[in-house]
Design a protein around this ligand. Structure first.
Ligand code: MN
Length: 428
């Protein structure tokens, strides 16, 4: 808690200037909580509160979809609040988001984070729980994380997403298209369908940037964007977006995303991480912006990579961290997948997942075979092609097919955790 307050006061020192922060340091977190997200104004605001939340990795697509969708929903009848599932101080790790919000002209703090977005650590959740009429819109994911579900069970009204998983909330209005490159394409469609929606150049710029990034500028080799994404992007021309050559802009944003030279190995593990519950354990699955070779070099040794992951896991209450590294030219453009468990149940879980991944494609269940991404990544034919990288021991790491992404690894890990648990539960 003390460390949390210190970090906070450091940030505020740069935000408010040095003199005041020294005097305010202990009460500052509370001050910020009530000023950044005013529970007083919420209580006095008679409009029902709709929270719009992106997934817990809080990548550009999630951040922008939540931010823009909240602006669309905000009205004289509804108070819409864009919510990010990360602490505000982790926003700065996302260079592409910093660049995009700046370019869109959004109001930001000095660290680049958007003023009107609420971050997980600055909301007084006790006050929110008192709001009887609170509801939730999910963007860029289709199932609430545990921390969100604890506050919004039975209150999901709308889902806009492009991940596997299907409809979890039958009473909510769900639009899920797994083939889409960007969830923001669905938000653009909402603007198109809403009479009197105020699509500003700021919002258009944000959504266009996210679409270009996640559709890889519609490079056919990347197999990311669809004609539906393209149509959404074209609609943004109505607000003069993009205002510069898309290919040049895409490269600028992608360079900003990939420039992680100022980040530590620990930062890299926080940059794009999802947490899932497998066999009752919290497991973080981090997409690492860097190859296994680069990250081992930055950490010193592969053993240090494991140590850093273990420390982070222990701090955050994860039983294991799974790291998915970028394509590595030194490994024939294959990626690497490392498992860092903290105890024996999580070691067993990681072993089960790796074993079953190495037995693909033969053991792929029907629903994954029918998943469009399993088809575009060729996993139905080849499987994950998992191969242990023995020379990096003691880090438990495998190379795998370069086309694989977390969108295909995560559903498989979830299935593998269940399948092995069911097998061991069966009577002999
Ligand atoms: Mn997305």
């Amino acid at each position: 808690m003390r460390a949390y307050l210190c970090r906070k006061s450091e940030r505020l020192r740069t935000f408010f200037g040095r003199g005041k922060a020294a005097l305010l340091s202990t009460s500052i977190a509370i001050v910020l909580r009530s000023s950044a997200f005013s529970s007083v104004s919420m209580a006095s605001d008679s409009r029902p509160a709709v929270f719009v939340v992106g997934n817990e990795a809080a990548d550009v697509d999630s951040l922008v979809a939540a931010y823009t969708m909240a602006q669309l929903l905000e009205s004289s009848e509804v108070q819409a609040i864009a919510l990010a599932q990360i602490p505000r101080e982790e926003f700065r790790l996302r260079g592409d988001a910093v660049a995009l919000f700046r370019e869109a002209g959004s109001r930001t703090l000095e660290d680049g984070s958007p003023v009107s977005m609420r971050f997980w650590n600055e909301v007084d959740w006790g006050e929110v729980k008192k709001l009887e009429s609170r509801s939730l819109v999910l963007v860029d994911h289709n199932k609430m994380t545990d921390q969100v579900a604890a506050l919004f069970e039975g209150r999901v009204t709308q889902v806009l997403d492009h991940h596997a998983g299907g409809v979890s909330y039958p009473k909510a209005q769900s639009i899920i298209d797994e083939s889409l490159g960007s969830c923001c394409s669905l938000v653009v469609e909402q603007f198109m369908q809403t009479k009197g929606s105020n699509l500003t150049k700021e919002l258009g710029t944000l959504m266009a940037g996210a679409i270009l990034l996640d559709c890889r500028n519609f490079d056919p080799a990347a197999k990311k964007g669809t004609s539906r994404d393209q149509a959404a992007l074209r609609h943004l021309e109505s607000v003069d977006v993009p205002s510069k050559d898309p290919t040049r802009w895409y490269k600028e944003l992608m360079d900003a995303r990939k420039d992680v030279s100022h980040l530590t190995v620990r930062d890299l593990m926080l940059l794009d991480t999802k947490v899932v519950t497998l066999r009752g354990m919290n497991v973080a699955v981090a997409s690492i912006f860097g190859t296994i070779t680069e990250v081992c070099a930055r950490a010193g040794t592969s053993a240090h990579v494991a140590e850093i992951a273990k420390t982070l896991a222990a701090e955050r209450g994860y039983s294991a961290i799974i790291l998915l590294f970028s394509k590595d030219k030194l490994m024939g453009k294959r990626r690497a997948l490392a498992f860092v468990p903290l105890d024996s149940p999580s070691s067993e879980l990681c072993e089960d997942i790796a074993k079953q991944m190495s037995e693909t494609p033969g053991n792929l269940p029907q629903d994954l075979r029918e998943n469009p991404l399993y088809q575009t990544q060729g996993l139905v034919e080849t499987g994950f092609e998992l191969q242990p990288i023995k020379e990096l021991e003691p880090l438990n790491v495998y190379s795998l097919k370069g086309d694989v992404s977390r969108k295909t690894v995560l559903p498989f890990a979830t299935m593998a955790a269940l399948a092995a648990a069911e097998r061991s539960a069966q009577p002999f």
